[in-house]
Design a protein around this ligand. Sequence first.
Ligand code: HEC
Ligand code: HEC
Ligand code: HEC
Ligand code: HEC
Ligand code: HEC
Ligand code: HEC
Ligand code: HEC
Ligand code: HEC
Length: 449
Amino acid sequence: METLKTSVLFVFAWSFSSGFGTTATIRAEQVSPPLKEYRIVRSVLEDAQGCIECHAAQNEGIVADWSASRHAHANISCLDCHRAGPADPDISKEHLKIDKTPVSVIVSPKDCSRCHPAEAAQYAKSKHANTIELIWKIDPWLNNGMNSSIERQTGCYHCHGSIVKVENGRLSTETWPNVGVGRVNPDGSRGSCTSCHTRHKFSLAEARKPEACGQCHLGPDHPQIEIFAESKHGAIYQAEGDSWNWNAAPGTWTPGVDYRAPSCSVCHMSAVKSVAATHDVTERLAWETQAPLTVRPSEFGPWPAETQWPQERQKMEAVCLVCHSPAWTKGHFTRLDAAVASYNDDYYRPMKKLIDELYEKKLLSKEKNLDEPLEVEMYELWHHEGRRARFGAAMMAPDYAWWHGFYELKKRCMAIEEQAEALLNSGKPAKVFKVKGSDGETTRPDFEP
Ligand code: HEC
Ligand code: HEC
Ligand code: HEC
Ligand code: HEC
Ligand code: HEC
Ligand code: HEC
Ligand code: HEC
Ligand code: HEC
């Protein structure tokens, strides 16, 4: 009741001071649209107050970040996110000894979806969210048992996500801490929203900057952050990005006004003019350029996208057209498509044919992938320079397209042909190596598919 009074007073005071009060009473017969109801309640439950007070002493950093967040401004407290239901498997038993309110440290996409249903729904169908299922299906390290649990924990799962396990009321250290994009949570939901918006600021600005993506999108096999830095767009970002307005409300972040060159988020996620924002990064893609043979996203066997590439290409082009002419934009994509065709036909297909011939003649063993040097050569051909050539062409980075890309492809093909010829000449099967650190584990840790 108290709040209702306050908000009525607030609305009245506003209309009076802005001069509309009098006209409103004179034209009393007019029908006004219903007033939107505002409730500004500046207090938190006693339980929630307890969290803040005790944690301000325990972890100043956490409370400071939260205090600076939109959540704190909107009165979203610790309890709103960390509250655990009585049936939650991940209630912290340790914490119950300190405070009577059950909490869990994991705040999953399902928890966020209470208040952000659209972002969570888009995210749930993205390749980011579903990557654990995907990688166990297709990755040669995993499905050939060629690495070890600790290599997976400190490498793959750090970026792709772990399958979080609860053991005796604690999250197992084999699976926690983790904020990978496809983390499988105890409540069944997939992903961790903090991959890009780190807690406890949950900042829009941070997620919009390329560094948020670059923590995973880097290195020899997916150097998107290096590619971006090399591009003209990246050069402009580095020259003047500090002065751009990264905090504009979603849907109002405007090219030319708030920023002069696109970041990853602008091309792949943000709302740009007629193109709606998305938390599904598979949107706007017309190719699956990380696969050995480039295909359309809807034709990618292990994870066929539900998108249709012509529409997605159109969306991506619409982003470019805000700053470029149609001829400039079309020119770019004509070259990308030609680079993709050249990679497929001039490099991947002929080498694949050669390797298949060696398997047929039993000069290479099919038993395990990556335990013969030629298999590693073939893997690096598509996984390293083959991707760099395609990504460099897609995102305007000539050094990656040529020196780290097509140039290396040429060299790699020579090495493969030379080794293949030696095997064919000798007629003896290639030496099979015992790969260090392989634990032979080939089954995906259990979770509901
Ligand atoms: C009396 C002090 C106190 C109060 C009140 C308190 N906490 Fe804690 N909290 C702690 C301490 C100490 C730890 C670290 C010990 C542990 O691992 O549980 C902790 C840990 C946590 C963790 C991390 C648990 C983990 O497994 O990493 C979360 C999340 C958390 N608290 C949330 C809350 C919330 C939400 C509230 C309010 C309902 C709250 N706390 C109330 C003292 C408190
Ligand atoms: C908007 C939701 C949200 C709010 C509000 C929130 N948290 Fe968190 N908190 C998270 C997320 C997300 C994580 C990371 C866990 C994960 O990845 O699921 C986290 C992690 C933590 C951790 C473990 C961090 C670590 O590095 O060990 C503690 C402790 C914690 N929160 C306490 C608090 C306290 C205290 C407050 C209130 C001042 C608070 N949280 C408010 C979402 C929230
Ligand atoms: C109980 C409701 C609630 C929960 C749970 C919640 N949020 Fe929010 N969130 C809000 C509100 C309210 C705002 C402020 C909306 C605004 O200012 O437009 C907000 C704003 C945000 C923003 C925009 C911040 C900015 O700088 O403008 C992000 C990002 C965000 N939340 C992420 C998350 C994530 C991730 C989680 C889960 C870890 C989460 N939220 C959980 C209510 C919630
Ligand atoms: C530094 C973070 C990082 C690490 C570590 C990492 N990955 Fe990845 N992985 C990525 C990114 C980012 C992509 C997306 C590549 C792209 O689209 O350019 C990816 C792509 C993949 C793909 C391709 C999926 C598809 O849709 O075709 C597979 C499979 C994969 N990774 C498996 C693994 C395995 C297995 C490991 C460990 C042996 C691993 N990754 C280690 C970040 C990482
Ligand atoms: C891959 C990185 C990434 C992940 C993971 C991610 N976000 Fe975001 N999020 C962004 C970017 C980038 C923006 C800014 C989009 C824009 O400019 O319109 C954003 C914006 C938001 C906003 C503000 C949008 C609005 O309309 O108010 C909310 C809320 C949000 N994210 C919630 C979430 C939630 C919930 C999750 C987990 C389900 C999540 N995010 C996971 C990158 C991410
Ligand atoms: C925590 C690590 C991580 C972060 C942060 C991250 N990604 Fe990814 N991203 C991945 C992984 C892993 C994959 C590969 C998923 C797969 O193919 O199985 C991927 C795949 C992608 C894809 C390919 C999707 C497809 O359908 O082929 C795009 C595009 C992408 N990410 C864009 C972004 C953008 C933009 C950001 C920042 C706003 C971002 N990512 C942040 C790990 C990350
Ligand atoms: C100027 C716009 C633009 C910027 C900026 C940009 N990208 Fe891209 N990105 C593209 C285009 C165009 C493609 C190829 C789309 C297609 O499939 O036709 C692409 C492809 C990708 C792919 C390959 C997806 C796949 O499976 O084939 C990933 C991953 C990716 N981008 C991530 C990023 C990340 C991370 C950043 C920032 C470091 C970034 N992009 C910056 C436009 C951009
Ligand atoms: C927010 C505005 C903006 C958006 C959106 C944008 N660009 Fe650009 N782009 C620029 C600016 C500014 C330059 C620098 C032009 C110059 O050289 O003077 C540039 C340069 C380029 C270049 C020249 C690279 C070089 O080194 O010669 C290409 C190619 C390009 N953009 C393609 C694209 C494509 C394709 C898209 C969409 C996927 C896109 N841009 C989206 C602003 C943008």
